[in-house]
Design a protein around this ligand. Structure first.
Ligand code: SF4
Length: 62
């Protein structure tokens, strides 16, 4: 499973980093970046939660 952030859509709210800091981080431009290549199995649920809770649907986990 992998995650992708649409940088054009992200508003830098920080929610994904709060929900799943092992996968998402805000960069120097206050835009979320994915910091792992493949999401470890034990983090899949929280990565999906971040996807579902992103206010602008900028995260795709698949
Ligand atoms: S939850 Fe969505 S809008 Fe907020 S920082 Fe993460 S990707 Fe950006």
């Amino acid at each position: 499973m992998k995650a992708v952030v649409d940088r054009e859509a992200c508003i830098g709210c920080g929610l994904c980093e709060s929900v799943c800091p092992e996968v998402f981080e805000l960069d120097g431009e206050n835009i979320a970046v994915v910091i792992v290549d493949v999401i470890p199995q034990e983090l899949e649920d929280s990565a999906i939660e971040a996807q579902d809770e992103c206010p602008v649907s900028a995260i795709t986990v698949e």
